[in-house]
Design a protein around this ligand. Sequence first.
Ligand code: ATP
Length: 564
Amino acid sequence: MEFAKLAEVFRKLESVSEKNQKTEILARFIKEIDKDSLKETFMLLQGMIFYPWEDKDIGIAEKFTIRALSLATGYDKDYIESLFVKTGDLGVVAEKLVSERKQKSIFTKKLTVKDVYNTFRIIGELEGEGTQDKKIKYLANLFISSSPIEAKYIARLTLEDLKIGVGEGIIIDSIAMAFSLPSENVEIAYSILNDFGELVKQILEKGKDIVFKLEPILGNPIRVMLAIKAESAKEALDIVGRPAQVEYKYDGFRVQIHKKGDQISLWTRRLENVTKQFPDVIEYIKECFPNDKDFLVEGEIVGYDKENKKYLPFQRISRRIRRKYDIEKMVKEIPVVVRIFDIIYYDGKSLINIPFKERRKILESIVKQDINKISLSESIITSSDEEAQRFFEEAISNGLEGVMFKKLDAPYHPGRRVGYMVKLKPVKESLDVVIVGAEWGEGKRSGLLTSFVVAVRDEKTGKLLEVGEVGSGFKEKKESIDDVTFEEMTEMLKDYIEEQNGKYVKIKPKIVIEVLYDEIEKSPKYSSGYALRFPRFIRLRPDKSVEDADTIDRLVELYKSQKR
Ligand code: ATP
């Protein structure tokens, strides 16, 4: 399929602001996509080249995009830079330059969606000496072969900001509209496959009913079911119904364990493969799941002091998630256990539509529990508000984060925050926010990023909306293993700096942090229209991707509840 066709759809999507209009445009387009470019087209529609679990990006900043444009069009870098400063959008600049370019294209062949997607993949995979120059050449070649409108979106794809206001929600609704399917089922199917192109391909090849029958594929991570929040044990029971199962909420990170034959793999909720980081867990699995059946189970990997029988805070084990070296040393220094709480696939069958209480029974029958390795989540079944409250208090005094309430007769709903699982925690509400900017420090702190602009997500449009600046909670010096210093923050963020403006920098949204605050107030200062009062950093959330950060809807809800 020609890339021009996709660029035209981008243009149409950008020209309307209503969600319904965007959905209609996309629904019409979905039916026209060539079958052999479904994957590439949907990836580009999401402004994505790599899947989240590939943990890669194109790696071209604005100044290199400018160099590529200069190479492709013959205009001077400084001139392009000045146009960029004027418009603030390299897409618009690219469109103008290509329409007026000095060097005419020597190619007559039209760009296809595959050409564009595959070139970006090659660019992202380049490594070693002279990489930047090679990347610029590849990109310049794309600009040379493109029309003005194509150039506009190629520039924006390069910078991973399409500005078309299309998030996952709109794509799900469009597929539902295109094939007359309920959005909810399209969403479940997408949460299982994690690939819109593959989903549409299956609908076209096997008929639309496939959406109701999709099963997890062992070895491919699924998007997990998420919890909603309650303020009290009574409210939690009202939501999930009585009786309910109440479980300890462990402060670790969520893991999906897939076993197919001898192959065991571990996945985080952001769909990263962490199998290599946890050889200890792999051994525990072999031991504690003694039968040789295939399965997909879910649990929490949590730090555990085996001598004193105490759970360790999340910060400690968060260091193991990304660790690619010295793994054996980490296994010894930061011991973990697994608490299993759900099963989604067992012995050739999907359990998605089986009630929770039956899934739990299967777990009880197959796990050989060992408290120092793998055991099922500690739980009770109760109808009583008081008993649930007592269990919650016991959990807190045992150093846990809170409790989870589970609806006994509920199926598993992948990818959704549904009322089948409700969490109750004592602490003040924290927010998971994305770092989108920062400020260089002065004096003693010069050379360090010291204040961080943070944002929440607009789920509908995929945009990030700023809510404040966080400077406290970070340490000057590392005194304990759990401290995060300005130096560590600077080191982590410096690769993501996109633009520098005096002491302010724009940061590519990649890093999620958890913050506490005193209050949420309305404020014109930030793009969300709200501001966090006295925000302070609590911890890094390497287990979360930008798509898992909190939303503007939640912020508004918190704002309203604090007024109440
Ligand atoms: P939080 O930031 O409060 O941990 P979250 O946004 O990470 O929440 P939620 O789905 O809202 O995720 O809260 C549930 C999380 O609690 C799960 O993702 C899982 O990691 C963790 N958890 C710990 N113990 C349990 C349990 N027994 N059952 C289900 N989830 C559990």
